[in-house]
Design a protein around this ligand. Sequence first.
Ligand SMILES: Cc1cc2nc3c(=O)[nH]c(=O)nc-3n(C[C@H](O)[C@H](O)[C@H](O)COP(=O)(O)OP(=O)(O)OC[C@H]3O[C@@H](n4cnc5c(N)ncnc54)[C@H](O)[C@@H]3O)c2cc1C
Ligand code: SF4
Length: 316
Amino acid sequence: MRQFTYERAATPAAAADAVAHHENAKFIAGGTNLLDLMKLEIETPAHLVDINHLGLDTIEATPEGGLRIGALVRNTDLAANRTVMEHYPVLSRALVAGASGQLRNKATTAGNLLQRTRCPYFYDTAQPCNKRVPGSGCSALGGFSRNLAIVGVSNACIAQHPSDMAVAMRLLDAVVEVASADGKTKHMPIANLHRLPGDTPHVENALQKGDMITSVILPKPLGGRHIYRKVRDRASYAFATVSVAAVIQQDGSGRFAFGGIAPKPWRVESAERAHASDPKRLTDAVLADARPTEQNRFKVALLERTIASVLTSRTL
Ligand SMILES: Cc1cc2nc3c(=O)[nH]c(=O)nc-3n(C[C@H](O)[C@H](O)[C@H](O)COP(=O)(O)OP(=O)(O)OC[C@H]3O[C@@H](n4cnc5c(N)ncnc54)[C@H](O)[C@@H]3O)c2cc1C
Ligand code: SF4
């Protein structure tokens, strides 16, 4: 691990300012992703700004009937929150499907949204990777790509987004609140937070230098049946091969968001409006622009079968 300096921020504004004005600085929250990347020298920040003591660890009702989740709320606490379990159970289920109990005790709401891909070549510094070293090439194209993305990909990168929680947040139309280095607060729909790779796969989100997520806001509850179905290689402690988050209403209408298939939490609202009860048509519409590799083509049929199982699920 390379040497770095460290400070504990006193306010969100001071944290944003510190990251904006230091050369190569990063926020550190739970550290469960960032520290791993630093040990492998994939991330080499010169300065760490610790945001763990800013009081951003509360969950509160909003005047609009929704929920404001502090950026530093631990995944365990969010999953076990009574309001989340009763009114946003898809979020609770997505959280407990992720990582392990120990990791969820440390992992934070914002850190989970901004965790980096699990593409094996991104972690192997001996291999070319456009995301790790821009312009170096993509080892996954023509390499081992079984678990990587099939839609939203580019010629530069086919990495998948690894977060389970982000899929549920996308389904619920969460909005991310951000403190900027200029002292302003901005709000960003989660649909706009993560970027597709295009020619610049190293630019993964729409945050500017110094932007710090302070909370995630959920709109008022949707009602309906909430389901999170995660298909993975092991029964636990594994990232999604394919995941489906759904809220199904009594009249048969539904919302769906998908994990494991794209570089960001994937949702196609026009497809769910047209085909909410037909797994084949919904899959075809959601994956209309899919570009699978030989190794991950199986995800198309797997997604269709997972949607079918969600539609027949009795989960309340
Ligand atoms: C073995 C293992 C298995 C796992 N399995 C799963 C799984 O199945 N599903 C899943 O979803 N996840 C899984 N994870 C990932 C885990 O959920 C993430 O590591 C964790 O959520 C990251 O949160 P953190 O608070 O530790 O982030 P950190 O490591 O502290 O930060 C991650 C990134 O976010 C940035 N950041 C943090 N907070 C803010 C903020 N407020 N504003 C702006 N930037 C910020 C940091 O600078 C850093 O770039 C696994 C991890 C491991 C190690
Ligand atoms: S898929 Fe993306 S992360 Fe993986 S090797 Fe290619 S460029 Fe790197």
